[in-house]
Design a protein around this ligand. Structure first.
Ligand code: IMP
Ligand code: MG
Length: 174
């Protein structure tokens, strides 16, 4: 292990890559003939977005949103705030929210409702990771990479206090 605060590798880079190939082909099939707007939730989902979009065969634009629900802790505050909004209107667009992980679901629930009020043609969610045990509100990703146990994970874009985002594998924090 490169860092002593990491306990183990939960998902290795090869496993993640294979799953993203599958997600990319499923999403491309489902959106055939349509144009897609990928809405990346900063910052954790940037690496997932970059990898996923290279496996899409449908035309896709990207935009970014930043919301805060966590401070420098591993527990959700339940408070969601928009720190950076989208650059463009999503009216009549097919939107796919790209999220790193769904934990309590509070962030996505808020985002989905907020975006729905802007009259998109459709809204779906792709999440690389899902911790279903931790859910506080009813929300399901339309596409999910991996269901994982209730452990705090870092790497592949995910952080703990802004650290570890650059790790190529997904690791469990000690
Ligand atoms: P939720 O609102 O509780 O679903 O939290 C979603 C956000 O919390 C994600 O976008 C992540 O930024 C963060 N998060 C939740 N679980 C983890 C984790 O295990 N590692 C790193 N970030 C996490
Ligand atoms: Mg985070």
């Amino acid at each position: 292990m490169p860092e002593k605060r990491l306990e183990k590798i939960l998902l290795g880079r090869t496993e993640i890559e294979q799953k993203i190939v599958e997600l990319g082909s499923q999403i491309s099939k489902d959106y055939e003939g349509k144009e897609l707007l990928l809405i990346c939730v900063l910052k954790g989902a940037v690496i997932f977005l970059a990898d996923l979009m290279r496996h899409l065969t449908v035309p896709a634009e990207i935009d970014f949103m930043a919301v805060s629900s966590y401070g420098a802790s591993t527990e959700s505050s339940g408070v969601v705030r928009i720190l950076k909004d989208l650059d463009c209107s999503i009216e009549n667009k097919h939107c796919l929210i790209v999220e790193d992980i769904i934990d309590s679901g509070l962030t996505l629930k808020y985002l989905e409702e907020n975006l729905l009020s802007r009259h998109p043609a459709s809204i779906k969610i792709v999440a690389l990771l899902d911790k279903p045990e931790r859910r506080k509100v009813a929300i399901q990703p339309d596409y999910c990479g991996f269901k994982i146990p209730d452990e705090f994970v870092v790497g592949y874009g995910l952080d703990f206090s802004e650290q570890y985002r650059g790790l190529p594998d997904l690791c469990v924090l000690a």
